[in-house]
Design a protein around this ligand. Structure first.
Ligand SMILES: *Cc1c(COP(=O)(O)O)cnc(C)c1O
Length: 392
């Protein structure tokens, strides 16, 4: 099919819930994508932070094909090797104790919220169920995670929302203390606010929050759906912040492009969700887990150091272009935000770049770049050249 035909068919039969860019993608190699007509696009998006190994990765495709031939799905009523191995790897590399696998980020966060509330219910009984989240956060699109999201624009249309969330300002301990109360059971944060605009939290603030959570027996819940799995130049961002969260959620990059998510819990929270309290049909799918193992094998310590170096290179390159529309860059590893100067429109900039062959994202008030972690220097240079050409 041609791009035009794909777009027309989508317009007729797919629910119109996305403001899509006017491009159809057919295939890819490395960090370069191609439309059906063969036009190339340098990819600074990774399918919204998912395709950490880029496109056409041979080891990843082989692992998926082999596992699919052996066993595509069997449910959590039985044991399978790939999920057990992936859980072991994640725990050994992070210091967490156990994993629950699900399929999407919002779903993982629902599990994290359930765990926090049950931990408190088991220990203190009813009435201690409130979770403090941060203003400008993003935690998902379910009825509950929309409410966990600290942005009023998400609290519309779908009433009634789940009760029990209160919001504090990021990097402001007094705001968190003001939100405290006898009804609180947990604090939930993204260490780099992604959808909110790529805003890394301050390390001292995060460590102070962890200390406060310990004192009050609030669980510290870290949403690493976007920051996790190498994106920030560590396997998980919390490792760079010097904390061990009670529960961590992950999703996007975990299986390099297949739908998989989950939560990891520390020893204290190991037995909170017992048999019958939480489940999901597709969770721990063996094909997704086999793909996840290839991601884990790829993300060695030296690979993660390269992610940091690539992030620094790209940020310096962007700032050196000195484009009229862009201000400072910010971020961690290959999770990069670019300030858009007043008088310029982020969506217009994104469209202009895409027309010229560079795929980018927006977030909050600015641009957001989440390139595949395997992106090469040549591909980054091509992307920078497109920025110069399209935006000078
Ligand atoms: C993307 C994202 C989610 C939602 O994940 P889905 O897979 O779309 O449900 C939740 N939290 C954060 C931080 C995210 O970036």
């Amino acid at each position: 099919m041609t791009s035009q035909e794909i777009k027309a068919l989508t317009g007729q039969y797919v629910m119109n819930t996305y403001g899509r860019f006017p491009v159809a993608i057919d295939h890819g190699q490395g960090a370069t994508l191609y439309d059906p007509e063969g036009n190339a696009y340098i990819d600074f998006t990774s399918g919204i932070g998912v395709c950490d190994l880029g496109y056409g990765n041979q080891a990843w495709a082989d692992a998926i094909a082999q596992q699919a031939k052996k066993l595509g799905h069997v449910s959590n009523l039985f044991y399978t090797e790939p999920a057990a191995k992936l859980a072991e790897t994640l725990c050994k590399r992070t210091g967490e104790s156990c994993v629950f696998f699900a399929s999407g980020g919002g779903e993982a966060n629902e599990g994290m919220i359930k765990l926090a509330r049950k931990y408190s219910f088991d220990k203190y009984g009813k009435g201690r169920a409130t979770i403090i989240t941060l203003n400008n956060s993003f935690h998902g699109r379910t009825i509950t995670t929309l409410m966990a999201t600290g942005q009023d624009v998400f609290h519309n249309y779908f009433f009634p929302f789940t009760e029990g969330f209160r919001y504090a300002d990021a990097d402001d301990l007094s705001s968190l203390e003001a939100a405290a109360g006898d009804d609180v059971c947990a604090v939930m944060v993204e260490l780099v606010q992604g959808e909110g605009g790529v805003l890394p939290l301050d390390k001292e603030y995060v460590q102070a929050v962890a200390k406060l959570c310990g004192e009050k027996d609030w669980l510290l819940l870290v949403d690493e759906v976007q920051t996790g799995v190498g994106r920030t130049g560590a396997l998980f961002a919390f490792q760079q912040y010097g904390i061990l969260p009670d529960v961590v959620s992950f999703a996007k990059g975990i299986a390099g492009g297949l739908p998989m998510s989950g939560i990891m819990a520390n020893e204290k929270c190991r037995n909170v969700l017992g048999p019958g309290t939480h489940a999901t049909t597709f969770g721990a799918n063996p094909v997704c887990a086999a793909a996840g193992m290839v991601v884990q094998e790829t993300l060695t310590d030296s690979f993660l150091e390269e992610v940091q170096a690539k992030g620094a290179y790209l940020r310096q390159g962007i700032e050196a272009l000195d484009l009229p529309c862009f201000g400072k860059t910010r971020g961690l590893g290959l999770m990069i935000g670019i300030e858009v100067k007043e008088g310029y429109n982020k969506s217009e900039i994104a469209n202009k770049l895409i027309e010229n062959g560079l795929l980018v994202l927006t977030a909050g008030p600015g641009m957001r770049l989440l390139p595949p972690l395997v992106i090469t220097k040549e591909e980054m240079d091509q992307g920078l050249a497109i920025m110069r050409k399209a935006l000078s």
